[in-house]
Design a protein around this ligand. Structure first.
Ligand code: AMP
Length: 452
């Protein structure tokens, strides 16, 4: 078995890895790290959870020149969440070195604050394509000394239509550099990026050894999809249900219909601001809104435990989309259930993308007409987060010790940079809300409001 010691790493880095609890390299790390230290360009196929972030960060951090004043590495990633995750990992990994500065640059947050951080200097830039390009055109980032370029989740960036932005950015990087591309899948159009960006890349592919999970798949051919959707929900009675539509307009229509029928529903589509998306997902994940109606935006990367039913209200357009959508259930080795509702057109589409699936008659389902999906909890938002040094424990302390809420009446607590969110049983939420409004968290009066 390979250990980190076998990879001949400096002792202080080995100690840091140990303190982080990383004992042995994962297969993607074992294969990629030597190649990357050898300055090879690399295409790696690996999924989230494989240890891919450390695979590309470790050689990069080893290579950083402490005397360089400009950014030496550029990491491009599809979403703000992924940028934050990579940055967190980079900061942990680099703590054995002096003053490694990592800056994240994504949309939905103030450009001015980002410029102020950039002015203080950075070694590693991690950003989304659009915001990076924005900074580049304003000349607020200097890309002339970049020695390593990393594209993370390249397939997702292609999916989100970022190819041109990426190519524009890359055309402004020094030609002498190492380029690395990580992707969970290799869609056909990936060579749009690989051909232009990478030089004689080595390929590494990790065959996933994850335990196969079983997702039961059902198809119903129906005339009235709204009615069929209600029948499906009331028959299977899930705890958390994710419903996919093909268009933004449809997500809103389906959400409104379900809401009128007494379901607590979240909607996720590209029309929402970044913070609204975060709040929708959070309320879904913490059970305040146990139904999520979404476009394919939620089909990739979304890793929420406990989604026990995925419904394709609209038939996906590609086999790949079908796979990604239904992959949102059956996570963490639990089994899952996927239902596709097809009208005549949908049936034709389905026979092209998943010919092996056969439709059943929806009249075999036995809906419980008294079943509704309503959150037992609702979510309060608090105007204070990591920046104000608020921690989950502080919120819990105020709620339990000062306001008299029982721990079992409190659900998930999420603390972000500016805000924190806490799920609370609806039976005591008024008490919690009034208590937080007039009380103090960490000695501060913080504004509180209710999400709905
Ligand atoms: P990733 O695939 O990069 O999203 O990583 C998945 C998780 O595995 C992260 O929480 C890492 O901190 C963790 N991880 C990465 N490498 C190792 C390792 N060699 N041993 C144990 N955990 C690891």
């Amino acid at each position: 078995m390979t250990t980190f010691q076998n990879l001949s790493l400096p002792i202080n880095l080995l100690e840091n890895l140990k303190s982080l609890g990383y004992e042995t390299p994962t297969p993607i790390q074992e294969q990629s790290i030597p190649l990357l230290r050898d300055n090879k360009d690399l295409i790696a196929q690996a999924k989230t959870g494989s240890g891919k972030t450390l695979a590309f960060l470790l050689p990069l951090i080893l290579k950083l020149d402490e005397n360089e004043h400009f950014p030496q590495a550029l990491i491009i990633a599809p979403t703000r969440e992924l940028c934050e995750q990579i940055s967190g990992e980079a900061n942990k990994l680099a703590r054995y070195k002096k003053d490694v500065k990592v800056i994240t640059l994504y949309g939905g947050t103030s450009l001015r604050t980002q410029v102020a951080s950039l002015e203080k200097g950075a070694d590693i830039l991690i950003g989304t394509p659009g915001r990076l390009l924005d900074h580049f055109s304003r000349e607020t980032i200097h890309l002339g000394e970049i020695k390593t370029l990393i594209l993370d989740e390249a397939d997702r960036m292609l999916d989100m239509g970022f190819a041109d932005d990426i190519l524009k950015l890359v055309s402004n990087l020094p030609k002498q550099r190492q380029s690395i591309l990580f992707s969970a899948t290799y869609p056909e159009n990936i060579d749009k990026l690989t051909k232009v960006i990478l030089k004689n890349p080595v390929e590494v592919k990790i065959v996933s050894k994850e335990k196969e999970v079983t997702i039961e798949e059902f198809v119903y051919e129906v005339d009235d999809k709204d009615k069929a959707l209600l029948t499906t929900l009331k028959h299977f009675q899930p705890n958390l249900a994710l419903i996919f539509c093909n268009t933004k307009v449809k997500t809103t229509e389906v959400s409104d219909m379900l809401h009128k029928q007494g379901f607590d529903v979240a909607t996720l589509n590209g029309d929402l601001e970044q913070y609204e998306r975060q709040e929708m997902l959070l309320q879904f994940a913490n059970g305040s809104l146990p139904v999520l109606v979404a476009t394919d935006l939620a089909a990739r990367g979304l890793d929420i435990d406990g989604i026990d039913l995925v419904i394709n209200y609209d038939t996906p357009m590609k086999t790949e989309d079908y796979t990604h959508r239904i992959g949102r259930t059956g996570r963490a080795e639990k089994s899952g259930l996927a239902v596709t509702l097809c009208d005549e057109y949908g049936m034709r589409k389905l026979s092209e993308i998943k010919p092996q699936l056969k439709a059943e008659n929806i009249s075999t389902l036995t809906p419980n007409k008294n079943f509704y999906m309503q959150g037992e909890v609702a979510t309060l938002c608090i105007d204070g987060g990591k920046k104000k040094k608020v921690r989950a424990g502080d919120i819990l302390g105020t709620l339990c010790k000062e306001i008299g809420i029982e721990p079992k009446e409190i659900g998930k607590i999420n603390v972000y940079q500016k805000n924190s969110y806490v799920a609370i049983k609806k039976t005591v939420i008024k008490k919690a809300f009034n208590g937080l409004k007039s009380g103090k968290i960490k000695g501060k009066n913080l504004r509180v409001w209710w999400l709905d």
